[in-house]
Design a protein around this ligand. Structure first.
Ligand SMILES: [Zn+2]
Ligand SMILES: [Zn+2]
Length: 325
């Protein structure tokens, strides 16, 4: 089948001979309609995030239609349109037993330690293929996974209606935090050095952050080390800082600021299964996260899509055209 693969650092190609998806017991095979691109995919392509081997199938934010079910899965699921939850915790370890599946040490991740979903068909455990709400546009469905990340971050921050928050970074994840904060009745202010990304956030209802002033809640979504410094500088006394972006490059922090202002810094890694993902599926029609999509490419244009994704504001997505009959 066709698949978008990384063949060397920075080199993305479409291959025609990726092995067919094998449908094990408890699995479903999804014929992929579309895949959203995200920062972690770019990190894989750049070589900042190691993958088990090359060539490597990319992508994790997949939607599509169930075309086959394995033993033990209701045959009636064939034909369902679904969003894939691309992190598969083991559901057996102590962390999973506590419901903290994001920190499961055995977690399998499409596109990171399991071959990715940017291909014609992918097999996933049935419980990680979430039926689409009726009538939902593919544009909104393809953003369910990063929406789950944003909603989990809002919940961890304890953001409340009427509260002002600062969103550092207006990439796809920052835009989704802004949308979700607005829907909650909170007031998101955003900063981003890229004029196009900032303009996109303003179109979606965020306000440009003033040059000074402190915020009770700050979301750091970019992963750039200087952005963490900004997040700390702009947090008000007793402020909560939630970090979604990540980098292995150390940032410079003043512990004086953190202690004097009694700040809480909280890392927020994806979402816990199944509650956080169920919440995103339940709210996707209301929040319409497809509004953050901008660049759209066919599978054949995937190399261009990766080359341009950093410059394009909004989220880039790949749609798989009908295979020739
Ligand atoms: Zn993602
Ligand atoms: Zn586990």
């Amino acid at each position: 089948m066709r698949a978008a693969v990384l063949t060397a650092p920075g080199a993305v190609e479409v291959t025609g001979d990726w092995p067919e998806a094998e449908c094990g017991p408890g699995d479903v095979v999804v014929a992929v309609r579309a895949v959203g691109m995200c920062g972690s995919d770019l990190a894989v392509v750049d070589g900042r995030r190691a993958v088990p081997h090359l060539p490597w199938a990319l992508g994790h934010e997949a939607i599509g239609d169930i075309v086959r079910v394995g033993a033990g899965v209701a045959p009636g699921r064939v034909g369902q349109r679904v969003a894939v939850e691309p992190n598969f915790p083991c559901l057996r370890c102590p962390a999973c037993a506590d419901g903290r599946t994001a920190v499961c040490p055995n977690r399998r991740i499409l596109g990171i330690n399991e071959p990715g979903a940017l291909r014609e068909r992918v097999a996933v455990p049935a419980r990680f293929a979430w039926p689409a709400p009726p009538g939902l546009a593919d544009e909104d469905l393809v953003c369910v996974e990063p929406l789950a990340v944003a909603l989990a971050a809002l919940a961890r921050a304890g953001l409340t209606a009427g509260e002002r928050c600062l969103v550092v970074g207006a990439g796809a994840q920052g835009l989704l935090v802004c949308l979700a904060a607005r829907a909650l009745g909170a007031v998101p202010f955003v900063i981003d050095p890229h004029a196009g990304r900032l303009a996109t956030a303003l179109e979606l209802g965020a306000a440009a952050a003033p040059d000074d002033g402190l915020f009770p809640v700050v979301f750091e979504t970019s992963g750039a080390p200087p952005a963490l410094e900004t997040a700390v500088e702009r947090a008000a006394p007793d402020g909560r800082i939630v970090l979604i972006g990540q980098s292995s490059t150390p940032a410079r922090l003043s512990t004086f600021t953190v202690v004097q202002r009694r700040l809480t810094l909280r890392g927020c890694l994806i979402y816990d299964h199944p509650g956080d993902f169920a919440a995103a599926v339940a709210r996707v029609a209301e929040l319409r996260p497809g509004r953050i999509l901008r660049g759209r490419y066919p599978l054949a244009g995937v190399a261009d899509a990766f080359a341009r994704a950093r410059e394009l504001p909004g989220k880039t997505w790949i749609t798989l055209e009908e295979p020739p009959r």
